[in-house]
Each structure stands twice: as structure tokens, then as C-alpha cells.
Design a protein around this ligand. Structure first.
Ligand code: ASP
Length: 426
């Protein structure tokens, strides 16, 4: 059976098992929840283990093969342009749908009190898990791009600093004398190949790991508490779906001349992994593999565009941040002026760059937005109940959007091997 069917089956099974079992079910003192947690964490750890050497080696190789000259500048500009466009479309989709459905208003009244507010402790513990790893104010995001200690950045999983260091390393590696640059190029290419081979190995465990992660989430989140938040939940889901199947499909077709259906098919394993891990960083190895093996994008493009995207391009996250901020404003009965809504859009765009590719990282960025437009921070409590499931979905969109931009770059750069198209058309 193909891997994506195995993963899909694991997700289906996990949903059934997770809804049938209660967290305390088990044999003696041993609970099924701890077993699922163990399986999921093992898989996540294995993916995380690969990420730092993968990001460094893939960016260095990507920069080296694009060359330090005009090619790199052109590909870099295209990449940033596409990432900005796709994120902007995502935020606008969120803005539009939340204004349409008004999930924070029930029977014409601000719904703050009817909604299930989480306790202060829950809020603090959720925020403390991601604190210092993402978001921060806008100036902070730019400061983090230049790390004072690149080893510390790697240890903390601060990818932004690592990316900038690797980009510079790749550029300057080409400028030292040929004897050194050739050795270094060979070395980093070797590291990259090994990391990809390790990814394939880890992915054999994916169905088991995915089962553990999803079953654990369903068991501990449950659906009962969703009630009052249903409108918000479905508004975000609808916006994410519309962005994936309309906005991104149009970008693929109109800018890249690519058949979106082929691209969806190519990226299924990466989207399923993103969905179950809720971490774009952890999914990066799988995204690279799908894009190269299934979509036929060259290593030169994918190794440069994807690691950058996994960190700075987060369409699902930006959409969610915007929708969440507006929802909180509605729930507290605060009418945001046009300027404030515009500020939310800009901030969602900018803060999504700094959000780390780890579970629940958006919550910190949302707190930055709330503070900036003068909304109560406790509002984040409204989001906790549905956050994990929406996190899984927005992460899948984050990863999918990276892959769309990468394949558009490949296509506009004249790559001919996409989706098994004949390599030698001349
Ligand atoms: N979990 C998301 C990701 O890894 C980030 C977030 O929106 O919380 O892409």
C-alpha cells in the first residue's frame, strides 16, 4: 500500500480509537493515552532530529547550485514575491470570511460571556510552551535574523537565524579559493543526501507515529467543548479550504501554468504529515521529498525555496491570526475601525514570518496583534479549545503553500521534469 494511504488509514483509525477511548482507559496503571503519546513523540523526535542539519545543508547546497550571481538574486526575489502574495491572499480570505459569518456575535450580542473561556492557568501554560520561540515584536523578528550565536540558534530551534547564517555561508563558500569551495560543496551535498535518506527511513514509521499523534489529540481534546465555538471553527476551516483550493490553485494555474490536481496528488504525504504533527519544521524533510520525488522539482530549487518557506511563509497561520483577532474583537463587543482592521492584516502578514514551525506557535503572534490593536489579551483563552485541531489544519496549509511557491519558481525557471514531464523536450 502507498505511504499516503497508510497514513490516511492511520488517521481514520486514530479518530475512531481516540473517540471511543477515555484518557483514563488502560490496563492497570498503564493508560492507552501514554502509549499513543509515546508513539507520537517518538516519531516527532525522529523528524526533529533531522531538521537542523537538513535546513543548513539544504540551504547551503541550494545557494551553491543557484550560484551567487544573478540567478540567486532572481530566484530569491521570486520566492519572496510569491510568499508575500500567497500570505496576503490568505489573510484577506480570513478577513473576508470572519466579516461574513461574524463568529463572535451570537443573536446580535457579543458572545464573550457565552463562550467557553479557558482559565488563566491554561492560557499561561499554553503560552509558556512556545514563549521565546516565536513571534516577538516586529523589530524582534528582524533582530533574530542575525543570531549572535548560531549554535545556540540551532539548539533552540530558532530557524530564522540559522537560515540567514546558511544563506551567507552558501554565498561566501563560492567566493573562497576553488580547492576549499569544491571540498565544502561536496561535504554539504553529502550531508544533505544522508539527511534525505534518513527521512525516508523515518517515514516508514509515519503511519504508527501519525496514529499515536492523532489518537492522543482526539482523546485529550474531545469535541464536546467545541459547541459555542463551532461557527468560528467552521469559518476558519472554510477559509483554509478556500485558500487551498481556490487562491493557491489559481496561483498554480495562472502564474506557474501548472495543473493544480497534479500538485495536490504529489503533496498528499507532506500535507498528512503536517496535519498530524502540527509542525511545519518537523514536516520539512517530507515536504522536500514529495516535491522532488513526486512533483519532479529540482533539488536546486527545492533545497533553497522550501526551508525558507517552512520558516517565513505561513499562509494558514497568517489567516488564522487575522481571523482570531477579529473574532476576539467581535466577542468582546469591540468594533474595529477600517484602520485597525488594516493593521491586523499587516501584522498578521509580518508576524507570520516570525512564527516558529512548531505546534501552537501562532498563539504568541496573536498576542502581539491583540496588544497592537488594543484588544484584551485574555481573549486568547477563547481560542484554546479548538486550537489543536485548527493548528493541524493550518500547518497543512502552511506546508502546501510552500510547495506551491516552490513549484511555481521551478516552472518559471524553465524546469522541464515536473510531474514526470519529459526531461528532454528539446
Ligand atoms: N503549527 C504551525 C506550523 O508549524 C504554526 C502555528 O500556526 O502555530 O506551521
Amino acid at each position: 500500500m502507498k505511504l499516503h494511504w497508510q497514513i490516511l488509514l492511520a488517521i481514520g483509525l486514530a479518530v475512531v480509537v481516540g473517540s471511543l477511548l477515555e484518557p483514563e482507559h488502560g490496563i492497570g496503571s498503564f493508560t492507552f493515552l501514554s502509549l499513543f503519546n509515546f508513539l507520537g513523540t517518538l516519531f516527532l523526535n525522529a523528524l526533529h532530529m533531522i531538521v537542523v542539519p537538513l535546513i543548513v545543508s539544504s540551504i547551503i547546497c541550494g545557494v551553491a547550485s543557484a550560484g551567487a550571481g544573478q540567478n540567486l538574486g532572481r530566484i530569491g526575489l521570486k520566492t519572496i514575491g510569491l510568499y508575500t502574495l500567497s500570505t496576503l491572499l490568505a489573510v484577506l480570505m480570513g478577513l473576508f470570511l470572519v466579516n461574513l459569518t461574524s463568529p463572535g456575535i451570537i443573536d446580535g450580542q457579543a458572545a464573550g460571556e457565552q463562550l467557553n473561556l479557558s482559565s488563566k492557568e491554561e492560557l499561561e501554560s499554553s503560552l509558556s510552551k512556545v514563549e521565546g520561540r516565536s513571534g516577538g515584536d516586529i523589530a524582534g523578528i528582524f533582530l533574530r535574523m542575525i543570531p549572535t550565536n548560531v549554535v545556540a540558534s540551532a539548539a533552540k530551534g530558532d530557524m530564522l537565524g540559522l537560515i540567514v547564517f546558511s544563506l551567507l555561508f552558501g554565498v561566501f563558500m563560492l567566493r573562497v579559493s576553488a580547492q576549499y569551495s569544491a571540498t565544502l560543496k561536496n561535504f554539504w551535498q553529502g550531508v544533505f543526501e544522508v539527511m534525505m535518506a534518513m527521512t525516508m527511513f523515518v517515514m516508514r514509521l509515519a503511519p504508527l507515529g501519525v496514529f499515536g499523534l492523532v489518537a492522543k489529540t482526539i482523546m485529550s481534546t474531545g469535541f464536546a467543548a467545541f459547541g459555542p465555538l463551532l461557527v468560528f471553527f467552521f469559518t476558519v476551516v472554510a477559509a483554509l479550504l478556500l485558500h487551498t483550493f481556490v487562491s493557491l490553485a489559481l496561483m498554480l494555474r495562472m502564474i506557474g501554468g501548472i495543473n493544480p490536481l497534479k500538485h495536490y496528488r504529489a503533496m498528499i504525504p507532506a500535507m498528512l504529515t503536517a496535519f498530524s504533527t502540527a509542525s511545519s519544521s518537523a514536516t520539512l524533510p517530507v515536504t522536500i521529498e514529495c516535491l522532488e520525488k513526486n512533483a519532479g522539482v529540482s533539488n536546486r530549487t527545492s533545497s533553497f525555496v522550501l526551508p525558507l518557506g517552512a520558516t517565513i511563509n505561513m499562509d494558514g497561520t497568517a489567516l488564522y491570526e487575522c481571523a482570531a483577532a477579529l473574532f476576539i474583537a467581535q466577542a468582546y463587543g469591540l468594533d474595529l475601525s477600517f484602520t485597525q482592521q488594516f493593521l491586523v492584516v499587516v501584522l498578521a502578514l509580518l508576524t507570520s514570518i516570525g512564527v516558529a514551525g512548531i505546534p501552537a506557535a501562532s498563539l504568541v503572534a496573536i498576542s502581539v496583534i491583540l496588544t497592537a490593536v488594543g484588544l484584551p489579551l485574555e481573549g486568547i483563552g477563547l481560542l484554546l479549545v479548538t486550537d489543536r485541531i485548527l493548528d493541524m489544519m493550518r500547518t497543512a496549509v502552511n506546508v502546501f503553500s510552500d510547495s506551491c511557491c516552490a513549484v511555481i519558481v521551478a516552472s518559471t525557471e524553465g524546469e522541464t521534469g515536473l510531474y514526470g514531464r519529459a526531461k528532454n523536450t528539446e
